[in-house]
Design a protein around this ligand. Structure first.
Ligand SMILES: NC(=O)c1ccc[n+]([C@@H]2O[C@H](COP(=O)([O-])OP(=O)(O)OC[C@H]3O[C@@H](n4cnc5c(N)ncnc54)[C@H](OP(=O)(O)O)[C@@H]3O)[C@@H](O)[C@H]2O)c1
Length: 239
């Protein structure tokens, strides 16, 4: 039976590379499409007819997440693997306290990065409940670690990832007893598009980052009852 995944933020960056990686492994993939003018996902879908489906998705909207789940339910009876990847960072991320923090931008980061994943999990629950794997994956960040935080700025982004981690923990408490398994992940510093254009100063191409992420998302772990934030080198980060 062909396994089925849903990936949010699939237009470019890590999300797109995760779709490519899953397709190469024989998965049927539904990719959340947020950027209708960005052509890569549609081009990939043409290369993988019946295996990749682009589904409109804005994770800040309950209506959009529900519509995306309905669209998937019209084509598939279940989702085995749900990858919450969509994320944003504010252009004003470098501002420190006293430099005029951008509160509307911080709201946007919180809305996409923390609440967005929750909206998706809720909307897709009927589909993941029927999944064979029942695995919920979350692309978080080292930036969400309070214990190891040394930054003097990046408020909205770091706060949103810490909030995401808490949202995951509460969801874990509720769904782990129902057989769900969880992956919380820091993918490394990637040459992706978070700052608007491809960041060539970063360490990892999204394809390489996706290969490491998929290894972690798909592998079996010995202790599924131990929720941990794991990075691309396999190291655990303190919350
Ligand atoms: N880049 C890094 O070094 C790094 C490090 C640690 C963690 N991460 C995390 O990795 C994940 C993937 O990021 P990336 O680096 O691949 O960034 P990216 O290239 O910007 O890809 C993220 C995708 O999500 C989309 N998106 C934005 N708002 C959305 C919304 N409301 N609904 C649905 N999709 C939306 C983005 O569209 P727009 O381009 O229009 O915003 C973009 O297509 C994020 O969760 C990020 O926080 C990244």
């Amino acid at each position: 039976m062909q396994p089925i995944a849903f990936v949010t933020g699939a237009d470019r960056g890590l999300g797109f590379a995760l779709c490519e990686g899953l397709l190469a492994r024989g998965w049927r993939v539904f990719g959340g499409r947020y950027m209708p003018d960005w052509p890569d996902l549609a081009a990939l879908a043409e290369r993988f007819p019946e295996m990749l489906h682009a589904v409109p998705l804005d994770v800040t909207s309950v209506e959009s997440t529900r519509a995306a789940a309905r669209a998937v339910a019209g084509m598939a009876e279940r989702v085995d693997l749900l990858i919450n990847n969509a994320g944003v960072i504010s252009p004003a991320v470098e501002r420190a306290v006293g430099e005029g923090l951008d509160y509307p931008e911080a709201h946007r980061e919180f809305d996409v990065n923390a609440l967005g994943a929750l909206r998706v999990v809720e909307a897709f629950l009927p589909l993941t409940d029927r999944g064979k794997m029942k695995r919920l994956c979350f692309v978080s960040s080292e930036a969400g670690s309070i214990t190891r935080c040394e930054r003097q700025a990046w408020y909205g982004y770091c706060m949103s990832k810490a909030a995401l981690n808490m949202a995951i923990k509460i969801t874990f408490n509720r769904l782990r007893p129902e057989g769900y398994t969880f992956r919380v992940y820091h993918p490394g510093w990637m040459r992706s598009y978070m700052h608007g254009s491809k960041n060539m100063e970063a360490d990892l191409e999204p394809e390489a980052a996706a290969a490491m992420a998929l290894h972690f998302f798909l592998e079996e772990r010995e202790d599924e009852d131990d929720l941990a934030l794991i990075d691309y080198q396999g190291q655990a980060w303190p919350w």
